[in-house]
Each structure stands twice: as C-alpha cells, then as structure tokens.
Design a protein around this ligand. Structure first.
Ligand SMILES: O=C(O)CCC(=O)C(=O)O
Ligand SMILES: [Fe+2]
Length: 336
C-alpha cells in the first residue's frame, strides 16, 4: 500500500473545463523539501501528464529576470529587417530548424519562428546574427545560456517523472544529458480582427501535438493558447505569471506505453480583456512565446518503460523500439 502521505498533492487547479484539468504545480519542494515532499511533487507531475498531459510549473528555478531578458532579445530579433531574418533561414528536416518561416496558404499560421538547436552539432550549425552587430552577439549569448538553463530543467522534470513512475530518480539522466533539444522563438504579429472574422478556420498556430519528451512553454500575458479537452473542445490555457506551461510530447507518450498523454493544442487570437479598451481596437496585439522542445539523446533507444507493460499486468508493449533520433526525423519529415 502506498504511504498515504504521498497522496497529498501540492497542486492547485488552474484550468478545469470539459473534463480537462490542468494543475499549477509548485516545483519548489522537489528541490528543497523532505523526501516525502519530493515524492508528492513527482506524483502530482506524473499524474498531470497521465491525465491532461499539461501542467503549469511554478517555482521552477528560472528567475523571471532571465525569462524577460529572453523575451526582450526575441522581440528585438523579430523586429530586424526581413532581409536579415531571411539570411538566417535554413531548412533541413533532421534539425527541426525551419529557420524563419512565415507560412502562406488558404488559412496560414500567422506566425514567424526561429529555431535554435544544440550548438556545435557537425553539419547542423545554428545561424546566429552575431556577425551583424552587438545586439546580435548579445542575442547569441542570451539564447545559448537559456538553452542550457532549460536543458537542466528538463533533466529535473524527467527525474520527477522517474520517481512518479516508480523508477530510480536518475533513471533518465543518461537519456537526456546531451541536450538534443530545440529552442523555438515564436512571434505572432499583430493582426487585424477582420482576418479572423472573415475566415472561421483562421488560427495563429494550427492544432498539433509536440513530438519529443516534454515541451517547456513560456508565454507572454496575451493568451490564445488552447488545449484540446477529452470532450473535443478547445479550452483556454490562460497565461499565469512566472509559470512555465509544461506538456508531454508524443515520444514520451510512446515511451510510457501510452500511460502519459501528449495532448493536442493550438493558438488562436487572444481573448479580449474586459475593461481595457482593447475591445475598441481593430487589431489583436502581437504575441511572443518561447517553446523549448526537449528530446532524449538522438542515439538512445526508446523502449517501453519498466512498469508500463508485462504479463502480470496483461499489458503488452504497444510500440516497436526506436531511437529518439529516428523517431523525430520520421515525424519531422512527415510534416514537410
Ligand atoms: O505559442 C504557443 O503558445 C504554442 C506554440 C506551440 O505549441 C508549438 O510551437 O509547438
Ligand atoms: Fe506545441
């Protein structure tokens, strides 16, 4: 029998609608609490991934000043002339580095993105604006440092998942130490409200699930992110200051033999805030977000985690073993 003390969840509910429950989880006790506090946090994180696939993480250890510096750097980058941004584009699917992409089509995503991969991978260079000016140099430094910060947080979240799944705390360490992750800066430009009125299918970012282990999503205050509920509706994942939205990706779901969920989500125009006068404006404001897509090391074989299948449980492995790199390339290639 589980120790009842471990059932206490240091989580409050942020979102509860149409059977979708997204908790706010205080990560603090995972670092500084008693072993039983730590276990309780691990269980609440794992429980969130097994139910909605989404949570808001607070007291995650990344200072707000660092996050705000990355947002500032990102918005300055996107305000550069288009010709400079174009010169930094790249297109290999292996790298998930689509560069600057402003997609066009019947109902195009209204966004531009910059992808930053692990620095120093042979044949897959990041393209930095550091040769352009001092701001470009600062951009590179800021993003490289943030990449490492997020890489560490990924390792800690994976430790929590390990404990929450009755595995040794450091089970995943050797799976995530390389940092084969992707930092995606997103800019959704200001857009006239009639664009959405005229086309009911218009979105800022189309419905999708993420591919990797987990995604760390930093959003500004505007909102627009929506998560698909078990009832099939889209529910607002309203921004909560100083939290990170963390969601499980498809590879983690596969790794967990589908005990963890990778939930679909999208970005639409922000809800109009009451009483701010914004309702009178004919445009929606621009929105910035930062998504850090975490993955296991490319060369690691991903096979169903111990405890998620077995004759005693009468549950079989649902998926063939595959390396993380092969899985991600197959997914990225399929979307081109
Ligand atoms: O911008 C956002 O809030 C979400 C972006 C996202 O889901 C993605 O890039 O995968
Ligand atoms: Fe996403």
């Amino acid at each position: 029998m589980a120790n009842p003390a471990l059932e206490i969840h240091p989580a409050t509910t942020a979102i509860e609608k149409d059977d979708l429950v997204i908790p706010v989880i205080d990560f603090g006790p995972f670092f500084s609490g008693t072993p039983s506090d730590k276990h309780a946090v691990a269980l609440s994180i794992t429980n969130a991934f097994k139910t909605s696939g989404f949570l808001y993480l607070k007291a995650h250890g990344i200072p707000p000043s660092i996050v705000s510096r990355v947002f500032t750097s990102s918005s300055r980058f996107f305000s550069r002339p288009q010709s400079q941004k174009d010169s930094l584009g790249w297109t290999t699917p292996q790298s998930n580095r689509e560069g600057i992409s402003t997609l066009r089509g019947s109902a195009p995503d209204l966004k531009e993105t910059l992808e930053i991969g692990r620095e120093g991978v042979e044949g897959l260079p990041n393209h930095w604006p550091d040769h352009l000016d001092d701001e470009g140099k600062d951009f590179k430094e800021t993003m490289l440092s943030f990449f490492e910060t997020c890489k560490n947080l990924h390792r800690q979240i994976m430790s929590a998942i390990a404990l929450g799944m009755n595995l040794p705390e450091h089970f995943f360490d050797d799976f995530v130490n390389e940092g084969d992750n992707n930092l995606r800066l997103l800019h959704y430009p200001a857009v006239r409200k009639e664009v959405f009125k005229d086309n009911p299918n218009q979105v800022r970012a189309g419905e999708h699930s993420d591919y990797g282990s987990v995604t760390l999503l930093f959003q500004d205050r505007h909102g627009g992110l929506q998560v698909r509920s078990p009832k099939g509706t889209f529910v607002d994942a309203t921004p909560i200051a100083d939290t990170i939205v963390v969601n499980a990706g498809d590879l983690l779901a596969r790794w967990s033999n589908d005990t963890i969920r990778s939930t679909r989500h999208r970005v639409i125009q922000p809800p109009i805030p009451a009483g701010e006068g914004a309702a009178d404006s004919d445009t929606y404001p621009s929105r910035y977000s930062i998504a850090y897509f975490c993955n296991p090391n490319n060369n690691k074989l991903i096979e169903a985690l111990p405890g998620t299948y077995g004759e005693d449980m009468r549950i079989e492995k649902k998926y063939a073993d595959i390396t993380a790199g092969d899985y991600l390339v197959s997914r990225l290639t399929a979307t081109i």
